[in-house]
Design a protein. Structure first.
Length: 105
C-alpha cells in the first residue's frame, strides 16, 4: 500500500427485515403507534363532522408521531430521531470527571 491510498471501508451489513419490510425498531415504534391509536379511538368521542372518515381522524395522531420517531432521520448525523434522543439522554446522565490544576490558566 503506497502513501496516500486508503483502506476501503466494508459496506454496512444489510438491515434485517421482519414484517412489511420493516426492521425491529421501526416495527416496534409502529406497533406502539397502532396500540395507542386504538386506545385513543376507543376513549375519545368522534368529532362532530358528517363525513365518517373525518370523525375519528384525530385518533391517528399517535400513529403519525410514532412514525416520525421510527422513520425520521437527522440530516447532520444520519441517525434516527429515537437514536439521537437516547444518545442525548446518555450524554446527560454520564459520569463526569472534572480536572482542576492549580496555577494553570
Amino acid at each position: 500500500m503506497s502513501f496516500g491510498s486508503y483502506h476501503s471501508l466494508p459496506p454496512d451489513p444489510p438491515k434485517e427485515k421482519y414484517a412489511f419490510g420493516l426492521g425491529l425498531v421501526e416495527l416496534g415504534w409502529m406497533l406502539a403507534g397502532v396500540i395507542l391509536s386504538y386506545k385513543l379511538f376507543k376513549i375519545v368521542p368522534p368529532l362532530p363532522v358528517k363525513n365518517f372518515l373525518f370523525t375519528k381522524i384525530h385518533a391517528l395522531l399517535p400513529l403519525f408521531i410514532t412514525a416520525f420517531f421510527a422513520f425520521g432521520k437527522l440530516p447532520q448525523t444520519g441517525l434516527s430521531i429515537s437514536e439521537e434522543i437516547v444518545n442525548m439522554i446518555e450524554f446527560k446522565l454520564r459520569n463526569r470527571t472534572l480536572l482542576y490544576r492549580r496555577g494553570k490558566y
